[in-house]
Design a protein around this ligand. Structure first.
Ligand code: BGC
Length: 763
């Protein structure tokens, strides 16, 4: 009976997810509409030009209003302001021949005006409820301002922190990434079968960048990707598929090539995998100028690449204006009417399921805009979530938490900036509103704390580099700075001398990560490091508050600085949240969603690697003719899953419900976790599996479960993980998703390295 019920719900969910293709009312509405459309109007629906005052790329489109009246535009993106959007929608609905409403999109990546931590920071919370909530709030605020479609979630797995867009994803792990993808999609759109697109605050998500964008060679943005299909499916594809399974309405093609063909023209990717294998029924949009870029990729002129994109399965052209050429391609027999109609239908279906044909102004309500954006309630949630994203990397001598008394010297180029607090891709944020770190510390510390400030150094010694790293209104005011680095350092040391404790606010500016912000050196930049060394030399306790959009190389810091709190970029409420954690009002609980290497030469370094035929013995360093380096161990500085707390957690041994099961059974792995310290706190209990023997090589460890538990000081809790044969599946050489019998290691712990082990056999 129970099984039947489950089957029933699975069928209901499947039908709801695939409602776009099985809704007779919608089908006949769209068929009637399309019967009235000219070929130009159909192609118009496939066109997504950029408009408004927020321009995120290089290309510009003009005469937008005229073109909307002519039916040449399907949607617009990055227009901010509900009144503006209302006016544009009015032109579309009242002044174009068929009155088809426009789809308004924006890069709402980690919040709208209320910004949450950058996605990498959100991943560090390991809190799916919080992540879903953040997307929900983002959807409420964006939709209150006229936005119906967001270009999020970005779920690209990356193992190369040189890549600036590491900040925008969930790190290196497909399992964690898949869970996050799902939570984000639910937050934006609602849940299939429950509340999917059920209100005017449920907007359409767009999973991106399909596919493999995070695997560019050398970590250089937009660079070539080349990998085996078995690696793709076992290590990179899962988060995209998880978003599809969660019912995501749209997919964005990536800039890179896959198997020698740009994703934007890759039929295998866009049709065979996405639609045939995964059952996706929404629409696919290119990335910004993705079509014209294929001319530079070297696969043809604009007409050729546009036709190739359509034939591959692309429905909407972002910014390239390449789909205009499809009319000529149709006349020349290079594309078919059916291919154009299919794409047009998919765009109209998206507008239909969003409810825009019922009410083109569904998401356009100036009253909502006044009341639902950047509210005290949203800000309070953002602050709380930000505290969960911070990762305590080191805490010697209980330097943290700080006391709410005495003199604190807050020093560093990131101590006194508002615009750098929210982090990259916060396009809707008003950059003047976030508190500075100085303000956050003063506010949370209260009147008995005397806060002193000195900038201490520039961001980097090279002024031109600093300019490149502080674009889009995120200046650190170097231009107004007339002092030399030496003078700034001297002032900082004077201030440091007067203090009881030093908080060093160092690392990256917000635009040092994000799009087109790849780096080859992942140390804290030159002058900042000099400053940090001098601060440590004073002998005062130093807390490094590290701002970063990616894993960094911190060996010197780890060896010499008493306390390190990694705060990523924590959103609009970051400064207060940092105060909350520094003073111990909140106990840090973030865990690394990616490996921190010792140096750049180790990259790519990730926990779920293969064993090789010449593995290094555990704990060993160099052994001749083993897979290792002469100059550095194979170990990371901080492993995946790592993060400290102001309390400590003890793990019992792993208990298995059985040591032998067959394909119809499952094993329960249990551990008892005890808060063995003096403070209440949260711990992320992590389950890893190793498939000891298989028909293809398998990783030494794979995350397969996690649970975040809050434990009072002294409290214990038993956590159970259910390990089913389904959980042990992988793609074999023939790309079949299979489970093979054999031995499996079960590893449970507070990070990927410190684990308790057990083993069972699957027969
Ligand atoms: C980025 C996308 C983004 C788009 C629209 C592109 O440059 O790669 O992630 O959604 O611009 O702003």
């Amino acid at each position: 009976m129970k099984k039947l019920l489950i089957l029933f719900f699975v069928i209901v969910a499947f039908v709801t997810i695939h409602a776009q293709s099985s809704n007779p009312e919608m089908d006949s509405f769209i068929t009637d509409l399309m019967n009235k459309m000219t070929i130009d109007e159909k192609l118009g629906q496939l066109n997504l030009p950029v408009a408004g005052d927020i321009v995120t790329g290089q290309a510009q489109s003009s005469n937008i209003a005229e073109r909307i009246k002519n039916g040449e535009v399907g949607g617009l993106f990055n227009v901010k302001g509900v009144e503006k959007i209302k006016e544009i929608q009015r032109v579309a609905v009242e002044e174009s021949r068929l009155g088809i409403p426009l789809l308004f999109a924006m890069d709402v990546i980690h919040g709208y005006e209320t910004a949450f931590p950058i996605p990498l920071g959100m991943a560090a919370t390991w809190n799916m409820e919080a992540i879903e909530k953040s997307a929900r709030i983002a959807a409420i605020e964006a939709s209150a301002d006229g936005i119906a479609w967001t270009f999020s979630p970005m779920v690209d797995i990356s193992r190369d922190p040189r890549w600036g867009r590491f900040s925008e994803g969930s790190g290196e792990d497909p399992f964690l990434g898949g869970k996050i993808a799902k939570a984000m999609v639910y937050g934006y759109q609602g849940r299939p079968g429950i509340d999917l697109y059920s209100t005017n605050s449920h907007i359409m998500a767009c999973v991106k960048h399909y596919a493999l964008y995070g695997a560019g060679e050398g970590g250089r943005d937009y660079n070539t990707v080349d990998m085996s299909r078995i690696r793709m499916f076992n290590e990179y594809m899962y988060p995209y598929q998880a978003a599809i399974d969660a019912g995501v309405g749209s997919v964005m093609a990536s800039f890179n090539e896959v198997d020698g063909i740009p994703a934007t023209a890759n039929k295998w990717l866009m049709t065979d995998v996405l639609r045939t294998q995964w059952g996706f029924n929404g629409f696919v949009v290119t990335d910004y100028t993705g079509i014209t870029e294929m001319i530079d990729h070297g696969i043809g002129d604009l007409q050729t690449v546009s036709a190739r994109a359509l034939k591959a399965g692309i429905d909407m052209d972002m910014v390239s204006e390449g789909f205009k050429t499809l009319k000529q391609s149709l006349a020349e027999g290079k594309v078919t009417q059916e291919e154009i109609d299919t794409a047009c239908r998919r765009i109209l279906e998206a507008k239909y399921i969003l409810g825009l044909f019922d009410d083109p102004y569904k998401f356009i309500n100036p009253e909502r805009a006044k009341n639902e954006i950047y509210t005290p309630e949203h800000r309070a949630i953002a602050r709380q979530i930000a505290t969960e994203s911070f990762v305590l990397l080191k805490n010697e001598n209980e330097t943290l938490p700080l006391k709410k008394q005495g003199t604190i010297a807050v020093i560093g180029p990131l101590a006194n900036t508002r615009s750098n607090m929210p982090g990259t891709w916060s396009v809707a944020v008003n950059l003047d509103v976030p508190a500075t770190l100085i303000e956050g510390i003063q506010r949370v510390g209260g009147d008995n704390v005397n806060v002193l400030y000195a900038k201490g150094s520039h961001l980097v010694s090279d002024a031109a580099y600093e300019e490149r790293a502080t674009m889009f209104g995120r200046t650190l005011h170097r231009d107004q700075e007339t002092r030399t680095d030496e003078e700034m350092l001297r002032e900082a040391l004077e201030i440091a001398k007067k203090s009881d404790v030093i908080v060093a606010a160092l690392g990256e500016s917000s635009e040092m990560s994000g799009e087109s912000s790849s780096r080859t050196d992942l140390d804290i930049p030159d002058v900042q490091k000099t400053l940090l060394k001098e601060l440590v030399k004073t002998g005062k306790p130093v807390v490094l508050v590290l701002f970063t959009g990616r894993p960094k190389t911190l060996v010197w810091e780890h060896q010499n600085v008493p306390s390190i709190l990694n705060v990523w970029f924590g959103g609009t409420e970051a400064a207060y949240a940092i105060g909350d954690v520094l003073f111990g009002d909140v106990n840090p609980s973030g865990k690394m969603p990616a490996t921190f290497p010792q140096n750049v030469g180790q990259i790519p370094l990730f926990y779920n690697h293969k064993n090789t035929g010449r593995p290094l013995a555990e704990g060993a360093w160099f052994e001749k003719f083993r897979s290792n380096y002469l100059d550095v161990t194979n170990d990371p500085l901080y492993p995946f899953g790592y993060g400290l707390s102001y309390t400590t957690f003890d793990y019992s041994d792993v208990r298995l419900s059985a040591t032998e099961i067959d394909m119809n059974e499952y094993v329960t792995a249990s551990v008892t976790v005890t808060n063995s310290g003096k403070r209440d706190g949260a711990e992320v209990v992590q389950l890893y599996i190793r498939d000891r023997v298989a028909s293809v090589t398998r990783p030494v460890s794979e995350l397969k479960g996690f649970e975040k538990v809050f434990l009072k000081a002294g409290e214990s809790r038993t956590i159970d993980f259910k390990i089913t044969p389904e959980l042990l599946k992988f793609y074999n050489y023939d790309l079949e998703f299979v489970v093979e019998p054999g031995d499996f290691d079960v590893m449970v712990g507070g990070n990927s390295q410190e684990v308790k082990r057990a083993r069972f056999t699957l027969k």
